[in-house]
Design a protein around this ligand. Sequence first.
Ligand code: FE2
Length: 425
Amino acid sequence: MIETLAGPSPKPSLRNNGTMHGSTSTPGLANPGLARLFQTEPWPLAPFDFHTPTRVIFGPGSLKSLGELARELGESRVLLVTDPGLEAAGHPQKASASLEEAGLKVFLFDEVEQNPTSRHVDNGVRFAKPHGIDLIVSVGGGSAMDCAKGINFVLTNGGTMTDYRGFGKATKPMLPSIGVPTTAGTGSEAQSYALIADEHTHMKMACGDRKAAFQVAILDPELTVSQPARVTALTGIDALSHALESYVTTARNPLSQMFAREGWKLLEVNLEKVLHDPSNLEARGAMQMGAFLAGTAIENSMLGVCHACANPLTAHYGITHGLAIGIMLPHVVRFNASAVSALYGDLAEEVGLRNGQPESAAETLAERITGLMRMAGLPRTLGEVGVSPGIVTLLAEEAAQQWTARFNPRAVDEADILGLFRAAL
Ligand SMILES: [Fe+2]
């Protein structure tokens, strides 16, 4: 993801129906996604730069390979970044054991909290400095992975997190790193960005650099089974939103859309399964893969106004990211309908939410998100989570300044965002 590509987007060369592909398929290609990719007429000419920085190891029990993979990177002194809540499930201990069996020395930093701030990063750096760390391993959800990346920035390049806001600000080499997600949500394991909140304002800063991406991501579905039901639901909704938003952004390209679409297909069907049967390892694995695919799509095509709206809600009310997203997303999809109804139609079609007309696809998707929130027993309005009508003007002002709003497929201004918040009250 390069910031220069991310400006007011070159509008992709679209077909009349508003998609990057039409309804016909290429004979001989069984996978409709591939058929669309190899379709040659007309080919979207908007330039893009797509990359996947991370080696992926997938499979139940794959955490056991951590030590071997770390040794392959040629390092010996590991900073293991995690949050204390995971120790009850035993994941950090297993990671540590695998690293030690492979002959590496482990230094455990377990002071990560939800929505990590520059303070958590500074504490990690202070802890790591005397130990001569040459590899960083993160075991946890998005907070632990983002905090590990943040520590990597400051430990290797000095200064504070605010110095790395934006993209490509680290001038010196960074340490190699391995990400081991224990949730299926954030997609941070696929990205070169760390989202670290400002300690004082609690607004999230996106700090990116190619060197910050994990060299290796270990996707072990067994690690996600221990999540509390609410965490499964909230991280799952977040992952779903990543696929849905990244598929339609102004920075989308055929490759990012392939990742978003495949992620969407896995997440849409399997979220319901894990909500009903948390021990379903197959569905857990599909969720983890879907979250990774959607994360890869974000890395290459950004997000939209739903994520811009969620950040001030978390900053002011401490509303969990996935909850803020789940409440706002149906309204954002309805708002975007006039710009990308055919793309929404693609996604509805892919998962069998057939409703006839592209113009009603957005409504179908919006209702599906609301239905999943209901199924998970989650609130569906801002009023239910304590947001007062009096603050929405301020929330809209702050959301309009969030950079992800720039990539929304339908141009948004502060008044539009205010309308979204009011609709969600
Ligand atoms: Fe998100």
